[in-house]
Design a protein around this ligand. Structure first.
Ligand code: ADP
Length: 602
């Protein structure tokens, strides 16, 4: 049932019940009052009649008495009966002559009996004489011939009066009910309209529209409740706003973090996973809501989350993943516990740091130290053996073979230390780049001249092809010279005697490409990128050759990088190694790579 109907029914019900009750009570009491007044008047009139009769002469005739009764009856509009002390009727306004004489003795009429006893007798009963309901009042009279005066009023007259009172009451109740109906309708409509307006505002709030209502709510209790609701909705709204601002901030922080963060609830379902963790653990694009066991394929990491969830244990461990390439992650897990009471775990959070690069760099450093030690030990052992042989006399003093060993190994160590120092300088960015126009012919010629003894020793020939576009290039001439000298020296060392080395330089697409080709054994495909690593050698046994330090190509790559260029190794289709150096053309390194910035370690 609608609120309005209910209000209407209630108000109308209350009004009807109270009106009916009040109407009945009023009608009953006014009927009683009316009846009492009629009785009082009847008694007063009877008293008047008794008084008038008492003043009569002492011996009136019967006819005189009856005439008196008739006159009084006409005057008063009531039936007047005069009764002798012995009960005989001596006068009656309703009967005359013979009829009067025939009337039975009235001495036993109830009103007469009561009047005799108490002075006044009032009864209501059926008159056998007139055959109608009457109200009787009787009083004793102080007169010789008349003992009692009696007045009778037909009840029909009284009933008429009473009926009119009832009619007035019914009309009054009816009119009041109509009024109540109108009032109930107006009140319930107004009330339900206000409640509906408040409900509409509440619906609007529920849909997220928090703009204030235009009208006031009124000053009664409904208004107070509505205002209180309004205030709490707005309070909640502003808290939600603040929460969502926090949420945006947190999301921004989490998604910009390099560390992976994943949060699972007490049931093990992922609540949050930032981009970094999705990439680290290959979780896919929408891991939220799924169970961590089905998402995280690495038993160690899943196990760590399980321990945080089940035992509330906080762990910090380094985990290696068998991914391609392999990854090393530092995984820290913690159980999420509500701050105040600590009752019941809320889930667990895990932060992953990618340690792969750090561990690799550490490994490179360790390998480097081991390599340097090893590279130094080989010539040092040889020098010590030669010196020992000379000192203990097992070799003749000043034996040129032993002195030659010492000289060669010392030279090798000198070159090794020289290359190490150079790399250290390059790493530290201490070699500034002096770019200037270089005549390529001159650079080629200088490198050839420097390596002439080695080339001649092996009977090798150097072919040079300088494209007209690359006759002059912009580069640091001394560094370009070092690049060329290293590559040419490798070619002379690894290619067979009497073979040809080809140097080419050309400029295309804003790029200068310098290549060095030999006709030697070439480099196995798997080693093509690794030859640029420090101390990397394709064939370890050839490392015994005192010629190389294992650092030459690392330096080449560094120098090319300093120019903003690259160095790469390949194999010639017809056999032999092919090294190519690409340098930015025209306006090169100045913008691309400032000389003070160190190139990445090769
Ligand atoms: P090294 O001083 O030993 O020559 P590099 O860094 O110059 O050190 O070269 C690294 C390794 O690359 C060499 O040990 C060799 O195995 C391989 N290599 C370099 N140049 C050539 C080439 N022209 N032909 C074949 N192998 C080569």
């Amino acid at each position: 049932m609608k609120l309005r109907t209910r209000l209407f029914a209630a108000v109308l019900g209350i009004a009807t019940i109270s009106l009916l009750l009040a109407g009945t009570l009023v009608s009953l009491s006014s009927q009683r009052q009316l009846l009492e007044r009629i009785e009082r008047e009847l008694v007063a009139q009877t008293r008047l009649v008794a008084e008038l009769v008492a003043r009569r002469g002492t011996a009136p005739t019967l006819a005189e008495l009856d005439g008196e009764a008739d006159a009084l009856g006409r005057e008063l509009g009531a039936r007047v009966t005069l009764i002798a002390p012995d009960g005989r009727v001596v006068g009656d306004s309703a009967e005359d002559g013979a009829g009067l004489a025939a009337m039975e003795n009235h001495g036993t009429r109830p009103e007469i009996l009561i009047a005799r006893e108490r002075g006044v007798g009032v009864t209501r009963r059926f008159s056998t004489t007139v055959e109608r309901d009457f109200l009787y009042a009787a009083l004793p009279v102080e007169h010789g011939a008349v003992g009692y005066a009696r007045l009778a009023l037909p009840l029909t007259a009284i009933d008429e009066q009473l009926a009119s009172v009832r009619r007035a009451t019914v009309i009054g109740i009816f009119l009041a009910l109509v009024g109540a109906l109108v009032l109930a309708w107006v009140t319930s409509t107004a009330m339900s309209r206000r409640v509906r307006a408040i409900a509409a505002v509440a619906r609007r709030y529920a849909e997220g529209d928090l703009s204030r209502p235009l009208r006031g709510y009124g000053n009664d209790e409904i208004g107070t409740v509505a205002r209180a609701l309004d205030a709490s909705v707005h309070e909640l709204g502003s808290r939600l706003d603040e929460l969502s601002r926090h949420r945006v901030l947190t999301d921004a922080i989490l998604s910009s973090m390099a560390e992976g963060v994943v949060v699972v609830d007490a049931g093990g379902h992922v609540r949050m996973a930032n981009e970094a963790v999705r990439a680290m653990l290959a979780l896919g694009t929408s891991p939220v809501g799924r169970h961590y066991i089905e998402l995280i394929r690495h038993p160690e990491i899943a196990g760590q989350i399980a321990r945080a969830l089940d035992d509330g244990e906080s762990l910090r461990r380094e985990v290696s993943l068998n991914t391609e390439p392999p990854k090393v992650l530092l995984a820290s897990t913690a159980a999420l516990v509500p701050a105040e009471d600590g009752a019941g775990r809320q889930g667990a959070a895990m932060v992953l740091h990618d340690m792969t690069e750090f561990r690799r760099a550490e490994q490179v450093r360790q390998d480097f130290v081991a390599n340097v030690s090893h590279e130094l030990r080989t010539p040092l052992t040889a020098v010590r053996a030669a010196v020992d042989a000379l000192l203990d006399g097992s070799a003749p003093a000043g034996d040129p073979r032993f002195l030659d060993i010492i000289a060669r190994q010392a030279l090798r160590m000198d070159r090794l230390v020289g290359d190490l120092l150079r790399l250290a300088r390059l790493d530290a960015g201490q070699e500034p780049l002096n770019l200037m126009p270089c005549a390529t012919d001159a650079v080629f010629a200088a490198a050839e001249t420097e390596l002439a003894p080695l080339l001649q020793e092996k009977g090798m020939r150097v072919d040079t092809h300088v494209a007209p576009s690359a006759a002059t290039i912009t580069a640091d001439p001394s560094k370009l010279h070092d690049i060329l000298k290293n590559l040419l020296e490798n070619a002379a060392r690894y290619a067979p005697a009497a073979s040809t080395v080809t140097l080419r330089i050309a400029a295309a697409d804003d790029e200068v490409v310098l290549t060095v080709e030999d006709r030697g054994p070439g480099i196995p495909d798997t080693d093509l990128t690794r030859v640029f690593e420090r101390f990397y050698r394709v064939d370890r046994s050839r490392a015994r050759d005192p010629g190389g330090t294992g650092l030459g190509l690392a330096i080449v790559k560094h120098l090319a990088g300093l120019h903003g260029g690259t160095a790469a190794a390949a194999n010639r289709p017809g056999g032999g190694a092919l090294f190519s150096i690409r340098l930015p053309g025209r306006e090169p390194a100045r913008a691309a790579r400032p000389a003070s910035v160190s190139a990445p370690a090769a």
